[in-house]
Unconditional design. Structure first.
Lengths: 233, 367
């Protein structure tokens, strides 16, 4: 108990005493996860829409792939990305291993199936006639896409929250491809692992508190947007 | 109807998943007319409507205002000049006003013109007071009025209605039908209206195309289709229960004689001799307790018959008669039924004008 209390006390000193390295780690975490989220939204929503709105051979297989991707362990994703980015790997020439970019790539691959899968499911919930109605109003393809997204904005924001929660809290992939290098690629989750391993519980608790505050405040903001104008059953 | 059609399809075929759903040689909607596509469920009516609106792939030729539509871009331009109302209102998750504005905005209308046309359309449908309500707070009838207001706001050359009243309760359906009849009379917009409901078709149609199995069985002005169904299937659907099979023979000047298998015959309008079917609407059969004096009436057919059944209807009685030629039905008022003291086995005389015996030569029937 004493250990926890001491840890919490030191954690608040680090948090409110303006400890530079703690804030650097927090900002890097946000940078990696938000960048991965933006890229996965830009790719995942159109991908989900393309699967939901079109009929093509092998469609069920593709849907199954996306759904499976939602449950792949991040550590496996990290391994696959590392194999590609390793110096002797197919993309080794890019020299991305142990960089923030490599971490973003790994997190995109974690978040992409979540965004695509949940967008796909949300669009499939819409009445099939809805799309025809929007087209009959005179909408072009792009306008139809945007109006459909507006209709699914509540489940779409749920997808954003699920994807953000998935990447901000994952440790396996960023540990493998980022290397957890202090001052360069260390993020909140890998920092917690490192500090716990070193017996620096105050540092680990401080990073954990920041991680929880970040996760909660981001989700709270998105929940406010999501629930605006929505109804209860 | 004279003049160039606003919408015309030729050799129009819709195939989905390798199955041919619709094949139409020619189908045309004239400017300003309410053209009803009538037929049973699964006839291909909605499929044809969607294909005509460029929402479903089809082969053949499609012309809008005389110009051929050749590709996706042309079909999109068609959708910018038309509007559609479906069975479900499919309102966007915004206010009533936002919904009515949506079609206009998509067509680039903004500012004062947007506000003017939105208000005019809301008023036309009697929903101006609902303008700020959101989608979730509307009844089914109100939501469908919003959908119609949204369609009419864009001043379309053709409005496609796909069973717009099918999911409404009867009072709402009646009130909306009455309002739409008045709106159609005010506007110059052509309407293509899909329904399986004959009463609905009678209420709104100028012209009717009867579709079954993806094929047009009959097309013509409303009165012609309802009074002179071209095939037994159309007649069955429209509620003409009695079809007689026989042969047409030459009759007196301007008439023919329809001879039934048992030797009984009916005088009917002149038509080419040969095998034929005849149908008689129950409304066209008049009942007498004794035959009128010969030469005192213009009626050409006076048939002695026996009442075999009396079927009560909401405001009338359907009298089923047996005669030498088979079965016949007469629709009479409840009061007439009581005055004539009709009961099973009563003997009556069924009078039918020659012009009310509608004959279809058997060659016109589908194989």
């Amino acid at each position: 108990m004493d250990l926890i209390l001491k840890g919490l006390e030191q954690a608040f000193r680090l948090l409110f005493g303006g400890d530079r390295s703690t804030y650097e780690i927090a900002l890097r975490s946000l940078e990696v996860s938000l960048a991965a989220l933006v890229v996965s939204l830009a790719l995942g929503v159109p991908l989900g829409a393309a699967i939901a709105l079109n009929r093509f051979p092998g469609r069920r297989f593709v849907v199954a792939l996306v759904n499976t991707g939602m449950g792949v362990p991040p550590v496996v994703v990290g391994l696959v990305v590392a194999l590609f980015l390793w110096r002797s790997g197919p993309l080794g020439i890019l020299n991305l291993m142990y960089t923030v970019r490599a971490m973003i790539i790994a997190q995109v691959l974690i978040a992409l199936p979540i965004v695509a899968g949940l967008s796909l499911a949300a669009l499939q919930q819409l009445d099939t006639g809805f799309r025809l109605q929007i087209m009959a109003l005179g909408a072009g393809q792009w306008q139809t896409f945007l109006l459909l997204l507006r209709e699914i904005r509540v489940p779409l924001l749920a997808a954003v929250m699920a994807a953000f929660g998935g990447v901000i809290s994952e440790v396996g992939a960023v540990m493998i491809v980022g290397g957890n290098i202090t001052g360069q690629t260390q993020v909140l989750t890998t920092g917690i692992v490192q500090r716990t391993g070193m017996g620096d519980f105050a540092g680990a608790i401080a990073l954990s508190v920041i991680l929880i505050i970040l996760a909660f405040s981001t989700n709270y903001a998105m929940t406010i947007i999501q629930q605006r104008g929505s109804r209860t059953l | 109807m004279a003049g160039a059609p606003i919408l015309e399809a030729r050799d129009f075929v819709v195939v989905r998943n390798g199955k041919e759903l619709v094949r139409v040689e020619r189908f045309a909607v004239q400017p300003g007319e309410v053209h009803v596509l009538l037929g049973p469920n699964g006839a291909g009516k909605s499929t044809l409507l969607r294909a005509l609106n460029g929402l479903e792939e089809a082969t053949g030729q499609l012309f809008f205002d005389g110009a051929p539509l050749r590709n996706g871009g042309d079909r999109r331009r068609l959708r910018r000049r038309t509007a559609a109302v479906f069975q479900r209102p499919h309102l966007l998750s915004t206010t009533v006003r936002g919904n009515v504005e949506s079609g206009l905005r998509l067509r680039g209308v903004t500012g004062a013109e947007l506000r003017r046309r939105t208000s005019a359309s809301l008023s036309l449908l009697g929903i101006a007071d609902l303008a700020e309500r959101r989608r979730d707070g509307l009844s089914g009838g109100e939501a469908q009025r919003v959908s119609i207001a949204r369609a009419l706001a864009v001043d379309p050359a053709v409005v496609f209605f796909d069973e717009p009243l099918a999911s409404l309760d009867p009072p709402t359906r009646r009130s909306l039908t009455a309002d739409l009849q008045s709106i159609f009379a005010q506007l110059a917009t052509a309407v293509l209206w899909v329904t399986h409901d004959t009463e609905e078709a009678l209420a709104v149609a100028d012209r009717v195309t009867f579709l079954s199995g993806g094929r047009v069985l009959q097309e013509g002005p409303r009165a012609e289709v309802f009074n002179r169904p071209a095939t037994p299937e159309v007649a069955d659907y429209l509620g003409v229960d009695v079809w007689l099979e026989g042969t047409l023979e030459s009759g007196d000047v301007g008439t023919a004689r329809f001879v039934l298998a048992g030797g009984a015959s009916l005088v009917c309008p002149e038509a080419p001799p040969g095998p034929a079917f005849a149908c008689i609407h129950p409304e066209d059969v008049v009942l007498f307790l004794s035959p009128p004096r010969e030469g005192s009436t213009s009626l050409r057919n006076m048939i002695p018959a026996t009442v075999s059944e009396i079927r009560p209807q909401a405001r009338s009685r359907l009298i089923v008669l047996e005669w030498q030629g088979g079965r016949l039905q007469a629709l009479v008022t409840r009061a007439a039924c009581e005055e004539l003291d009709l009961a099973r086995h009563s003997t009556v005389y069924a009078a039918i004008k020659a012009m009310a015996v509608h004959v279809v030569p058997r060659g016109r029937l589908p194989a």
